[in-house]
Design a protein around this ligand. Structure first.
Ligand SMILES: [Mn+2]
Length: 317
């Protein structure tokens, strides 16, 4: 099966690049560091984990200091791509490392994955990429070390919203229970991954909450953060990740929309309690999961708001 072949290829390869979607969240970072730690434990030493920007809040994870922005090689023996549905999402400057690699392996849980790897381990119903890595290691009968488990648990906790989302499976809890039985401090990882925020992150959330508007009989919320806000508040990569989900915690809200300004327009994140927001995002050239999806619109904030709110209203009918 694919996994046995991947392990054979890993054993053969000497230089590795590990990549995930840009603006990485806990699942992307946890999966990458879990993989990196696993490779180190196998005796591999030439490993690059590449991110252009990444949140410092995950610095409690083993091997966090391995993350860097500058590649060591033009061509790697193996590219391992995690939590990323296509080669564009790793970011412009890193895409070539997937194309140039002798062997391309990917593990992912996004809907509509482009299957760009030589080996694709893709399961869209898995709650986190990190959980696919857990099942893969278990399938290969590999003992999961405490350090690998810590990284992967952080990924699972992030992408299940702290075990809240209905994507959470029995395997999720079984792995958390197994971690606890191994003496891993699950509550500490939970707190670091879910609850801890920087002051600039808190200030951004405060501003976004202040601006939050309701539409369609309070079934839709919309809020935004501009480039100017990002500069003024000193917001770093990843610090806006929590904002999208705030709206759907309000009673009767079906869809929460969050727009953040980038150099080329607005990146829009949708969160839903029920309806398929990946469908809505596809109309704007984006995609994602049923209850969490995104797209990009190059326009001003008024136009963006009008477009996404009216399209969401149609879907809610
Ligand atoms: Mn993920």
């Amino acid at each position: 099966m694919t996994l046995d072949e991947i392990l054979k290829e890993i054993n053969k390869a000497e230089t590795f690049v590990i990549l995930a979607h840009e603006n990485p969240d806990g699942d992307a970072i946890g999966s990458c560091l879990g993989m990196c730690t696993f490779l180190k434990e196998l005796g591999k030493s030439d490993i690059d984990v590449l991110f252009k920007d990444f949140p410092e809040t995950f610095k409690f994870l083993p091997n966090f200091e391995m993350i860097k922005s500058e590649p060591s090689y033009e061509k790697y023996d193996m590219a391992i791509v995690l939590d990323c549905p296509n080669t564009d999402r790793v970011g412009k400057e890193y895409r070539k490392f997937i194309e140039n690699a002798k062997v391309r392996v990917q593990f992912d849980h996004h809907l509509r994955n482009s299957m760009f790897g030589d080996y694709n381990v893709v399961n869209p119903v898995a709650p986190a990429c990190a959980q696919i890595l857990v099942s893969s290691l278990e399938y290969l009968k590999i003992d999961i070390s405490k350090d690998v488990a810590t990284c992967l648990l952080a990924g699972i906790i992030t992408d299940t919203g702290g075990f809240r989302f209905n994507s959470t499976t029995t395997e999720t809890f079984e792995f958390a229970a197994w971690c606890l039985s191994k003496g891993i401090n699950v509550s500490k990882i939970y707190k670091e991954a879910m609850m801890t925020k920087t002051k600039s992150q808190f200030n951004a959330e405060k501003l976004a909450l202040d601006r939050l508007q309701f539409f369609d009989d309070d079934r839709i919320t919309f809020t935004y953060i501009t480039k100017k806000d990002i500069e003024e508040l000193g917001i770093k990569a990843g610090e806006l990740e929590g904002i999208a989900g705030i709206g759907v915690t309000i009673e009767n809200v079906e869809v929460a929309i969050f727009a953040r300004e980038k150099d080329d327009g607005f990146k829009i994140s949708f969160r839903s309690n029920n309806i398929d927001v990946a469908d809505i995002c596809m109309l704007f050239g984006g995609g994602g999961h049923k209850l969490a999806a995104g797209c990009q619109i190059d326009s001003n904030i008024e136009e963006v708001r009008k477009a996404v709110v009216s399209e969401t209203m149609k879907h809610l009918k």
